[in-house]
Design a binder for this molecule. Structure first.
Ligand SMILES: [Zn+2]
Length: 281
């Protein structure tokens, strides 16, 4: 009897620990207004910022702006320090240096789980390359110049050298874990109606934390997430022991917004009508 009691206690205990762990993994609260206790300063924002940053939406309605493509696009193969934890389908693949490093860090984490056969099959494509692809492949397989996420330098196609991504351990790992590293599966199986794009288990996009964690927690497509931010305006997010405050501001012309004086923050446009300020508390 005593044994059973102990076992029951143990099971309940494990249940409680795992429940509280999952409950606390990503905690999202909406705020009526910003926290007034921190010292704020004015930041002047020009309307062009709407088209720049890690959260810009690119789809058949909102194209990437050529003038705001990331400035750190590099040929991965030519940069030894970037070739870590993955291989390349060909030596001409380009991507943002910063995003490549973040991807590399992610796949090294996968390697700790025994998943290690990642291949980058496509990265950044300039507008001319996109146009050529569109003409060669047709509208069913490629998007016109500017309308592909590959034109941003924030997206990449990832394959596995052992199986198709849908079945491969690499694909399963990405689907389950990429969000913890700031990446999202941009075209999930259950969001084809929202994205207008077929399920692509290989196409990942960097949005950064805590955005990828909220997208995961709420099961959003990027389109839905940006709508959500616009509706809620202010969020307080707790993820992995860190707190973040996220605010949406509509921008039509040069505007002044309030940002904390002494905290780190990031500003990104949504490529539609406003900016998102993420404060790292
Ligand atoms: Zn892709």
């Amino acid at each position: 009897m005593k044994k059973w009691g102990c076992l029951l206690f143990l099971i309940l205990g494990i249940g409680f620990v795992s429940l509280s762990f999952f409950q606390k993994e990503v905690d999202i609260k909406t705020l009526k207004q910003l926290d007034k206790s921190t010292k704020m300063v004015d930041l002047r924002i020009s309307a062009e910022i709407v088209f720049q940053g890690n959260l810009v939406l690119v789809n058949n309605e909102y194209p990437a702006r050529k003038e705001y493509i990331r400035s750190d696009i590099v040929h991965i193969f030519q940069n030894d320090h970037l070739m870590n934890g993955f291989s390349l389908l060909n030596n001409s693949i380009q991507l943002s240096e910063d995003i490549t490093q973040k991807f590399s860090k992610m796949v090294l984490a996968a390697e700790n789980n025994g998943v290690k056969n990642f291949i980058i099959s496509s990265g950044y494509r300039n507008f001319d390359e996109q146009e050529t692809l569109y003409k060669e492949m047709g509208a069913d397989y490629a998007l016109p110049a500017g309308f592909s996420e590959h034109n941003l330098g924030l997206s990449l196609d990832v394959g596995s050298s052992v199986a198709k991504m849908e079945k491969a351990p690499e694909g399963k790992w990405i689907e389950k874990n990429a969000w913890k590293h700031g990446f999202i599966l941009r075209y999930p199986k259950d969001k084809t109606q929202v994205t207008g794009i077929q399920y692509e288990p290989w196409h990942i996009r960097y949005v950064g934390l805590p955005h990828s964690a909220i997208i995961h927690e709420k099961n959003f497509a990027l389109e839905e997430y940006l709508d959500y931010l616009k509706t809620e305006k202010n969020l307080l997010v707790d993820f992995n022991g860190k707190k973040y405050q996220i605010s949406y501001y509509p921008i039509t012309e040069q505007t002044t917004i309030q940002v904390p004086a002494k905290q780190e923050y990031d500003v990104s446009g949504n490529n539609i009508d406003g900016v998102i300020v993420t404060v790292y508390q």
